[in-house]
Each structure stands twice: as C-alpha cells, then as structure tokens.
Design a protein around this ligand. Sequence first.
Ligand code: C2E
Ligand code: CA
Ligand code: CA
Length: 453
Amino acid sequence: MEALEGIILDISDRKEMEYDLRYNYEHDTWTGLYNRRYLLDLLRRDINRLMREKRALVDINLSTVQSLTLTYGFQYSQELIKNVAHALRFHCSENRILFRVQENQFVFYIKAYENRDELQKFCSGLADTLGSILTVERIGGGIGVLEIDDNNKSDIEQLLKNLLIASETAINDLDRMIGVRFFDREMETQVTREEMIKHELARVAADKEGNGLFLQYQPILDLRTNRIYGFEALARLKVDNLGLIPPLEFIPIAEKTKLIIPVGERIIHRAFSFQRKLMQRGYNDIIVSVNISPIQLFREDFAEFLCGCMRQAGVNPQNVILEITESVFASNYENINVIVEKLKYCGVRIALDDFGTGYSSLAQSRDINANYLKIDKSFVDELLPLKEDSITGDIISMAHKMNHCVVAEGIEEEKQRQYLLENGCDLIQGYLISRPLDKNLAFEFLEKHNQGP
Ligand code: C2E
Ligand code: CA
Ligand code: CA
C-alpha cells in the first residue's frame, strides 16, 4: 500500500513539474501572458493547416515606454507594462489570443474575423484602452495590423518583421497619440526604398570618391548692391535604380542611421573645395553656406574637425556660414550657444535656418548668438498676394534690432523681391534669382551676374 502511495505521489510530482516547465516555456513570467515562443509555435502549427477562417496579427508597439525607463527607471516602466497587460486582457477571447513578445510589445493573434472593418473596430477599442493609461504618462504608441493570407503565411520571420514595420509607422503618426496602420504593399515598397537608400549612403560613406553624392549651389543675392553674396550648398544623391533622391528624403535617413557623420564630412569637404575654387578665380569674399545636421553639431570634436578642414582646403573662415535649423535651438539654446560660440571662435558665421517653422520666437532668437536669420519660405509665400499688413516686415526690423542679418528664402516672384527690398531685407535666395546649380554652372552664373570679382 505504502509503495503504491509513493508511486502515485511520484507521478503527481512529475506531472506538476512538467506542468511548471510547460507553463514557463509558453508564458511570460512578468505578465503571465503567452510569450513570443508560443506565438511562433502556434503560427508554425497553423501554416500547414487548411485554414478557411481569416487570420491576422495585431501588434501593440510601446517602444515609447523607453523614454519613461530613462526618466523613472526600469521598475516604473515595467509596472506600467503590467498595467497595460492587465487592461489588454479584457480584449481577449477564444479567437483573440494575447502575447507579450518583447519587453514593450504585445501581439494579438486574431482568428475567424469577418472583415477589415472588424479589425479596425477592434484596434479602435485597443487604442482607447491604451490611451486611458498612456495619456497621463504623456507618451503614445502604435498599433500595426497584418492580415495573414496564402501568399505570406509561410515566412513567419517576415510576417513579424512586416508587422513591426506597420506598428513603427503607426507610432510616427503625429496626428494621434495611438496610431493604427495596416501593413500594405506601399509600406513594403517604402521600407525597401529606405533600405536601398541606407545601403547607398553606407556605400557613399565608404567609397573613396563618394560617387553618387554631389552638391548643387544656389546663389544668394545682396538686395541692395544686386550682387551675388554667396551660395548655399545643397546635397543631392543619385542612385542607379532609384534616380535622383531629394535631400528631404535621404538626410533624415542619414540622420537616423548616423551615416550623416561621414556623409556630412564629405559634404563639408566638397563645399570647401568649391569655395577654394572661387578664391582661385579671384572671388575673395563670396561665401559658401553649408547645412549642418544637429547630429554633426553635437559631436564633441566638430569644431576641431571643421577648423582642420578649412585649413586643409585653404578656405578663409570668414567666407563660411553654417546653417543650423531653428528647431535645434528650441530644444536647448544655452547648450547650443556654447557650441555656437566655439564655432564662431573658429571664425565661421552661423545662420538660424527655417526661421518661423519651429517653436522659437523672435524674443528667443535674441538669446541665440546667430549672425544670420533665414526667414522660411512659408513667410515669403504670405506676401502673395501682397498684403499691406504682412508681419514679414516687422520680423525683418526686429531681427535687425537683434543684430541679425536677414536672409529671405524661396523668392519666386518679383513682387516679393520688391516688398523685401522696401522692408530692408538684406539677402534673398530663390528661383527668381536662380535654382540650385551644378558647380560649373554656378561659376558661370557668378561671372555673368557680378561681371567679375
Ligand atoms: P533648406 O536648407 O531650407 O534649403 C532650401 C530648399 O528650398 C532647397 O531644397 C532649395 O532647392 C529649395 N528652394 C530654393 N529656392 C526655392 C524657391 O524659390 N521655391 C521653392 N519651391 N523651393 C526653393 P532642397 O535642395 O530640396 O533641400 C531641402 C532641405 O534638405 C534643405 O532645406 C535642408 O534642410 C536639407 N539639406 C539639403 N542639403 C543638406 C546638407 O548638405 N546637409 C543637411 N544636413 N541638410 C541638407
Ligand atoms: Ca538651409
Ligand atoms: Ca531653409
């Protein structure tokens, strides 16, 4: 009898152990939800089944929680994740299974749904639930949806990658705290294109010649003397199978991947070599204005690098302007002023680019030690049709009181030029004077316009 009892106890102990093992294998210990491993098992199992019902994955991407971890610590943010997990459980059912697949990411595996409309409604419900928890934390999130079909069902890694692409795209939806995006072909094309551009930028950075990357130069006109004052260097990227890629597309990718550091160095070298050639042609005081990304600016050795480049190219720092976009100053202008002062000490001048598009006000611009203020095209556009009460004139006179030299950008019509001249603007730039030009055309333009140095 005793022996039999022992065997029974033994078996139930084993059963309990097996149960524990299995539970830990399939579950996330922090939230008690199913884990990524179990999701993969289910997806693999379902590949080979003949599925008549529709299936989809819904990704809840809370990578935004990372910022809370940085501020309040890991424990705080993980407690929040636990609360989210608890709230999401109320959206579960037999056909809606919830997983925690990564630290800050949940997935619903949805089966037997009717149509996209049903998914859309489900996601709106999720967004409401998430909103009620995350709004007080002042963070958002993204919900990505991917419908599984016969074409995509067998590559599970790809499925999860595309799902993540959808939720990452949803996070970037600036109109909503919690964006919702369905994965589609267009998104895939966009991602492939971005991958190709990244690849190309890496190649440009590694290539000795930097082939594919080139600069165009847009003339800047001195309104009072009607002579060319200088050129703004604008970067272009030409890729074999994609054609010409605008900087508004490739610069943000270069910034995201930090490739802007080597690519930006190339741009600076080229711009200085252009400046040097101007000097060789006898133009000793034509400036070249180079756009600098915040990532370059915040590099500790940036000023040293710049001085080295100028020395090496034989460029007079007086002939160099660095354009820094206004939004950078809005974030922390005291810190930036330290960098600006260091750069000015090297002899270059600083322009506050895209003024009027960001958050800084004129009052703030007084605290920023920039030499030039570049008024954004959107202000200049307001001059058409010409309004007597436009504030552009007031901006110019106030900027002058604060010792900024004023450049107006995007001038396309004579009427705008006239207004700016009457209102004391110093420099203008825009298609009315010239589009950005290739190096040799820029030399020709200068020769014709200024009729010699
Ligand atoms: P941005 O610095 O504001 O440059 C002015 C943009 O306006 C240029 O576009 C220029 O071609 C365009 N533009 C000039 N005049 C007119 C006009 O009369 N009408 C219209 N509609 N547009 C005009 P682009 O070359 O496409 O450059 C776009 C942005 O890309 C630049 O804006 C700048 O923020 C960035 N970028 C360009 N090159 C570089 C670079 O070398 N480094 C960095 N970090 N950013 C760059
Ligand atoms: Ca600029
Ligand atoms: Ca600008």
